[in-house]
Design a protein around this ligand. Sequence first.
Ligand SMILES: Nc1ncnc2c1ncn2[C@@H]1O[C@H](COP(=O)(O)OP(=O)(O)OP(=O)(O)O)[C@@H](O)[C@H]1O
Ligand SMILES: [Mg+2]
Length: 513
Amino acid sequence: MNTARSSPRVLVVDDEADLRELLEITLLKMGLDVDSAENLAQARALLAQHEYALVLTDMRLPDGLGLELVREVSAAFRNTPIAVVTAYGSTDNAVVALKAGAFDYISKPVALDQLRLMVQSALRLNAPASETHSAPAPPSRLRGESAVIQALRAQIARLARSMAPIAITGESGSGKELAAREVHALGSRASKPFIAVNCGAIPEALMEAEFFGYRKGAFTGASDERDGFFQAANGGTLMLDEVADLPLAMQVKLLRAIQERRVRKIGATVEEPVDVRIISATHKNLEKLVDEGHFRQDLFYRLNVIELALPPLRERLDDLGVLTDAILERLGTFDQKVRLGPGVLEALRGYSFPGNVRELENILERALAFANDGVIEVRDLALKGAKLADTPPGYVPPPQDVEGMDAPAWVKSPQAAAAAITATYDGGNTINSTNAMPSPAADVPHVQMPPLPVLDILPSNLPEYLAMVEREIILRALAQTQYNRTQAASLLGISFRQLRYQMQKLNIQEPES
Ligand SMILES: Nc1ncnc2c1ncn2[C@@H]1O[C@H](COP(=O)(O)OP(=O)(O)OP(=O)(O)O)[C@@H](O)[C@H]1O
Ligand SMILES: [Mg+2]
């Protein structure tokens, strides 16, 4: 900007004098310079004269639609975010404006707290860029040189500058979460939290409390006030992962929160404003779920403003080299670099990667365990069809260990899984809440309903005690399956995603091998 020391300048476009005045006063109080226009013609004239840090326009103007201005500004003044003021309840306008390139929208009657949040977020957009002007952009974490990945990176860079909800689709392990993190990291919200929530793993009864938080005493066990995901992500980004798994009742509440940009803690009397960018992701076909009545059309419409589709790895095998190099670099240690032996890349090229990049990571990580001197050979890959005869004890073939992939049939059947386990009961293992691992290969018999432990004393904090018990059980299942989470989940009769969620929640980490 050429006027370095002066305040950022904002253009307000509205034909209603009252509203224009309210917006002007609020913005002036925020220390901004304000110009105003009553129609598109005046707005265009002002845009030609000044550089604006933000344009705020009404949708209906005497000489046309605010939408026209949205299109013009986002095409001709790429550094100027433009937001629209929409009539109350007109979801359609907001979504159309966001699709046309609006940075954000605010609905009438304009809530001043929300207006301030929006303006601050718009002003942050250009601030970091000018400070770090000469510094080169950090390399994207989304690796790959294929045309589709390059286009994706460009799209992410554009989307990072707006508030528009993004719906990310793609097969399991294709990089949906990575893409969401990238959108967050490149935008004005980067310094604020990024919270990813696995919607499929939260027990339905806890959902409202998890999303919106609760007040002290709101229900039995609510001994302290607690924030939910929305408050935790305030100012930042909330990723609704596996959004297709949201129960219908929760979909209604989420839609409201997203539309109103306000949430109410359980037990609270007032709502609080939240400034959260929503990114959703799923590997399911949401449109189909809408048709079948399992997903609400209105929420779908709200979430699906901009689509970001991640291609499966098998459709961009040209990226294998770059991806493999990046993974090997990470797997190597200070004194040992990991390399691929002859023919390995070709062998990988012949594979279809149902578990995508994550499966590639798993295959290489596992292969490294069998490799000599850090050189991975074709036989170490144990790809489908490869001989597993020389497998050392404890080895589990990769496809069953791929996160998010459907486990093979035998893992899904608890009986079969139990039969595959030698039952030797380790009676000495007592429950403890430390981070210590339970003794590793102690296989415990596996029944649907083991007897309840008989307690001589009662816990004074039941939730904490139950968490401790749960932690212990999960650690045992993990130890028993050599940390194969697909198998451990199956042992415990829960989904892979539930296990992953509980592990995150209980802070159970895989041991560094
Ligand atoms: N283009 C890429 N470059 C580098 N690493 C990648 C890329 N895509 C994915 N990965 C890596 O692959 C793994 C899986 O990615 P991510 O968790 O984002 O996938 P996902 O689509 O969210 O999977 P799921 O459907 O199981 O939730 C991560 O370790 C991620 O860092
Ligand atoms: Mg994911």
